[in-house]
Ligand binder design. Sequence first.
Ligand code: DQA
Length: 161
Amino acid sequence: MTTQRPKGRGAKPPIVLIANGPNLNLLGRREPAVYGKASLADIERACRKRAQGLGLGIDFRQSNQEGDLVDWIQGRMGQGGGIIINAGAYSHSSIAILDALTAVNLPVIEVHLSQIHRREPFRHHSYVSRVADGVILGLGAQGYELALDAIARLIAKREDA
Ligand code: DQA
């Protein structure tokens, strides 16, 4: 599915921020039995390809610092598009990220590579889920591509409203 918008010269595709939190830079080497063998660079490549087919641009980022995620989210305020976020361990602790996501008022899809509800109890609660339009869990790297499909629809719906 491609989002419906003018395709003339100068028409810019909506941007999806794909924000990755702490330790996701280690994907591929970090607990592969839990998080899979794909590296973050592999995931970024797959996202770029999928986004192109959907008529979306992506801004794919990773940081181990909570404040970076807050700054990137704030940077999308008033810009349209949407946000896909795997906040890693900050999902379970960060009210600051929740507040930033609430403030920008854009479509949000939360992704976790692992099925967090099958894991330790401290991973069962996510602050991000309070504001997410949808949550994709346990499908590994594929979850990011599914999140792009979902956010394309949410962005198109907002544009039509
Ligand atoms: C994770 C799950 C979190 O509990 C963990 O802290 C991560 C990765 C996931 O993608 O499965 O860093 O967000």
